[in-house]
Design a protein around this ligand. Structure first.
Ligand SMILES: [Zn+2]
Length: 251
């Protein structure tokens, strides 16, 4: 069987499995000798591509799109495309234990984001399903679980680039809102009158700031201090990263 992977998916496949070496600009081509039929899902995941990252699979022999549970045919030639960006009706995320910085950034940008520090893949899979959250992880073994349909493989090891990946994949750029969620506990923030929290404001801050927010869950008090200026600039860079990547995908 011959498989041709879209460029982005090719980066997930071990170089030893590719016909042409990576970074040569040639297609990510895989030849597989099938000793017995299996599902397309199992075959493609055995090459390192989790099923949540697969968009469409076309047979270039029959001209038909194939479902992931279709059985493999030794003589077939398949074109495998990556998952398309899609919007979420109600964005809710669950980050794995390695993605604490990403979780914090997504909260800062106003998205409901839980962080699972149990380091248990079965536990995380269950929690994602039970809480109807999109699982964000760098663990391909977690994503190979059959239940991991509402999930995404995070490619980058850098939090800001990871956030840009999530915003692009789920079309969230226009939904970014600073001071929507508590960065510490994920609770919703509400604006409060300065007079109601006056006793908790450092005197030097109270002199020049009038806008304050309280977390509805942990009661932490936030205000737009100088660190927020840096944060706004950081989020602006993440958004410009999304725009730059979008542009690079244009024909
Ligand atoms: Zn909180």
């Amino acid at each position: 069987m011959t498989l041709i992977f879209q460029k982005d998916l090719g980066t997930l496949i071990p170089p030893s499995a590719l016909v042409f070496p990576p970074h040569t600009g040639r297609p990510a081509l895989v030849l597989r000798h099938l000793t017995q039929p299996s599902s397309l899902k199992d075959l493609i995941e055995s090459l390192g591509v989790p099923h949540c990252e697969i968009g469409t699979v076309f047979s270039l022999i029959s001209g038909l799109e194939l479902p992931l549970d279709a059985r493999t045919v030794a003589s077939d030639v398949l074109a495998v495309a990556g998952a398309d960006p899609r919007s979420l009706a109600s964005p809710r995320f669950l980050c794995d234990g390695h993605l604490g910085k990403l979780a914090l950034l997504l909260r800062v940008m106003g998205f409901d984001t839980a962080w699972d520090d149990s380091w248990s893949e079965p536990g995380m899979a269950r929690r994602g399903i039970n809480e109807k959250r999109t699982v964000l992880t760098r663990s391909r073994s977690l994503l190979k679980r059959a239940s991991m349909d509402n999930a995404m493989l995070i490619r980058s090891g850098v939090a800001d680039l990871q956030a840009a990946e999530v915003l692009r994949r789920f079309l969230l750029v226009s939904q970014v809102r600073l001071f929507g969620r508590c960065s510490k506990c994920n609770g919703r923030l509400r604006e409060v009158a300065k007079a109601d929290v006056a006793a908790r404001i450092p005197p030097r801050t109270a002199k020049w700031l009038d806008t304050y927010y309280l977390c509805r869950e942990c009661d932490h008090l936030f205000w737009e201090g100088t660190h927020v200026t840096a944060l706004r600039q950081r989020v602006a860079r993440i958004l410009s990263q999304c725009a730059a990547t979008d542009h690079s995908d244009e024909p």
